[in-house]
Write a protein that binds this ligand. Structure first.
Ligand code: SAM
Ligand code: SF4
Ligand code: SF4
Length: 368
């Protein structure tokens, strides 16, 4: 691995300048492409106990890697304060992510606080979490009791040898399956299972995974391997288009398309014709869904990113820690969202996207 791959974790982000008239939240914010702000993904740690080859390759994320110091992380009360402002602006769904979110100590305390938030219309949030599942069996009950609504578990293979090779940390498939079962048992449902498909690495696992999770109540989703960050050595030849995934499964288990739950849904849904449940495919590379992207991302240290492929964030932690009022922070968020024009996946391959290549933040820092 060449040293130029070892990039700093964080970018040089701007502290938002709050000027102009106050923009008080009224439950709706639109960006330059008329996309509302509806989802917030919050990364609660940049650390992980896995070293998935496509996300945190061990050669880069080694013992010398400069993970964030504890003081840099947003505290739970800081996260709650920002989340409250985002919800006032129209966020209805919050997803906790990382790194591995279940590594964050006392995460349940944060979930308890977030579960008390209400939309301007008085509804509770859709409060969910994405995890590698390794600690889920132990934590499912306390997460549910704290107010978590649902959970998404990542699992890339059922073959134990292959799975251990992909997570590169010797975690067994059985641990993750136990976590999924525990989540289902406590009612963190429907459990979604994310499988990142790398052609030539784990595409032979598509059918075994489909077979395993049919009739299980869980929704298996296949994600195209993406060019996030700069450390995973991404190559288009390793992307298996979702259309191929659907065709392969349909050859074994007939499928029919299902309607989207909402316009902003990232996955295209397919149902097993025999009533065995449904799958989803997330075609981030071959079928960009930027036009309906309503997601903002808050990094572990409180930087706001407007796109998974962004190279710079907006330093909300600086505002939180410099005595800015809620009204000032709300105005900053509104100004930032109003100016949003990101649509990287639509532009992938264009000169503008190529230009940004070397500066993108890592998935483990910004969250999925
Ligand atoms: N550690 C948790 C996990 O693995 O579920 C949460 C964070 S992880 C960054 C979130 C999701 O991003 C996971 O489902 C992971 O498989 C996915 N992911 C990471 N790198 C990816 C890539 N290059 N392409 C597509 N998905 C990726
Ligand atoms: Fe960790 Fe999730 Fe990245 Fe795998 S995908 S290395 S589990 S953050
Ligand atoms: Fe949203 Fe950026 Fe992904 Fe497009 S590329 S869907 S704007 S996160």
């Amino acid at each position: 691995m060449s040293s130029r791959r070892i990039i700093p974790l964080t970018d040089v982000s701007a502290v938002p300048v709050v000027d102009g008239p106050a923009l008080a939240p009224n439950g709706v914010l639109h960006d330059t492409l008329a996309r509302p702000l509806r989802d917030l993904r919050i990364s609660v740690t940049d650390r992980c106990n896995f070293r998935c080859v496509y996300c945190m390759p061990r050669a880069v994320f080694d013992k010398d890697y400069p993970f964030l110091p504890h003081g840099a992380l947003l505290k739970f009360e800081e996260i709650e304060r920002l989340a409250r402002i985002f919800v006032a602006h129209g966020v209805e769904k919050i997803r906790l992510t990382g790194g591995e979110p279940l590594l964050r100590k006392n995460l349940e305390f944060l979930i308890e606080r977030l579960a008390l938030l209400r939309t301007p219309g008085g509804r509770p949030l859709d409060l969910t979490l994405t995890t590698n599942g390794s600690l889920l069996a132990r934590k499912a009950r306390s997460l549910k009791d704290a107010g978590l609504t649902r959970v998404t578990v990542s699992l890339d293979a059922l073959d134990d040898t292959l799975f251990r090779r992909m997570n590169d940390a010797d975690f067994a498939v059985a641990d993750v399956l136990e976590g999924i079962a525990a989540a289902q048992a406590v009612g963190l449902a429907p459990v979604k299972i994310n499988m990142v498909v790398k052609r030539g690495t784990n595409d032979a696992e598509i059918i075994p995974m489909a077979r395993r999770f049919r009739h299980s109540g869980a929704v298996l989703r296949f994600i195209e391997y993406m060019d996030v960050g700069t450390s995973n050595g991404w190559n288009m030849t390793e992307v298996l288009p979702s259309a191929d995934v659907v065709a392969r499964i349909a050859a074994h288990f007939p499928l029919a398309p299902l309607d989207a739950h909402s316009l902003a849904e990232t996955a295209q849904r397919w149902g097993y014709v025999d009533g065995g449940g449904e799958i989803g495919v997330i075609s981030s590379v071959t079928r960009a869904f930027c036009g309906s992207c309503t997601r903002a991302r808050l990094s572990t240290e409180g930087k706001l990113y407007l796109c998974l492929f962004a190279s710079a964030g907006h330093d909300l932690r600086a505002l939180v820690r410099n005595g800015s009022s809620d009204a000032e922070i709300a105005t900053a968020v509104a100004q930032i969202w109003h100016q949003r024009s990101d649509r990287y996946s639509q532009l992938r391959g264009s000169a503008a996207a190529q230009d940004a290549d070397e500066r993108r933040v890592e998935m483990s820092y910004i969250g999925g």
